[in-house]
Write a protein of this length. Sequence first.
Length: 73
Amino acid sequence: MNSNMVLGGFLVMLVCQDIVAIKALKKSVREGMLCAMIPGYLLFYGSREENRQVKPLIGWLAGMGLLLMGLVR
């Protein structure tokens, strides 16, 4: 069960990060590359006022929660 939670959390995080990276690439190549390569930058980029990305951020945080719950159990 633990490995399924870790894998599921990782996949949710990956999908949400890709969604934000694709939206960022449409705006700026630099921002898109940073979102795609640096997981923490996704939180910064998604929470800025001009381009709120609430749903992917919630999904990314939920994936992080699943990943951590799988590692702790």
